[in-house]
Write a protein that binds this ligand. Structure first.
Ligand code: MG
Length: 204
């Protein structure tokens, strides 16, 4: 199982990060299966970063084997979605970016890919207009809607499958909107699609 993630997929997040790139294709990166954290287990802040930040994202689970998938057929390759966190060691990432080096260690470290409970897409809405948000210690800190994506889910799947064979159980993290921020010990994170809570865990 692999995790494919999209960076810089919401204009309001790119603005807060001061990215001014005009992207013609999605920006992809990957995390290994050791990055996965699920079932509401706590996230332990790693010792190599003093600025681990949450990025709240819609996560799609691949339900069918595919390669070179046409965008118009991409919706046949997923049935379930959830909300997840793409944890990022921002201090490491900033440093690596500055040097023009790959940012894997800042993005793909153990437990950096948190997922909530997967639900059938039909039960939460349409992939093209899913509202989602994150509450941090009971206060809404991040809010998004898949309609705001620069590259919609089907486009991401078509593009990613040109390079990587998609397999059943692979996960796609689809990017984060504005409002990212640091986490601290004992923080409580709750993620929602619409009003439905799918993600609930603590930072330790
Ligand atoms: Mg992200």
């Amino acid at each position: 199982m692999k995790i494919i993630a999209v960076g810089m997929n919401y204009a309001n997040h790119n603005k807060e990060m001061h990215h001014s790139l005009e992207l013609s294709e999605p920006t992809l990166f990957m995390k290994g299966d050791s990055a996965l954290l699920k079932d509401g287990k706590p996230f332990f802040i790693p010792d190599f970063s003093s600025d681990v930040q949450y990025e709240t994202e819609i996560v799609v689970r691949i339900s069918r084997l595919g390669k070179n998938i046409a965008e118009r057929f991409a919706d046949r390759y997923y049935e379930e979605v959830t909300v997840g966190i793409d944890f990022t060691a921002r201090d490491l990432q900033t440093d690596l970016r500055k040097k023009g080096l790959p940012w894997e260690i800042s993005k793909a470290f153990d437990s950096s890919a948190v997922v909530g409970e997967f639900v059938p897409l039909g039960r939460v809405g349409k992939i093209a207009e899913l509202p989602f948000h994150l509450d941090l210690n009971g206060k809404k800190v991040q809010e998004g809607n898949t309609a705001w994506m620069l590259f919609p889910v089907d486009r991401i799947i078509a593009y990613a499958s040109r390079f990587f064979t998609l397999k059943i159980g692979d996960l796609i993290y689809t990017g984060t909107p504005a409002g990212v921020g640091p986490v601290h010990i004992d923080d409580h994170l709750e993620g929602y699609i619409g009003e439905r809570k799918l993600l609930d865990f603590y930072v330790r």
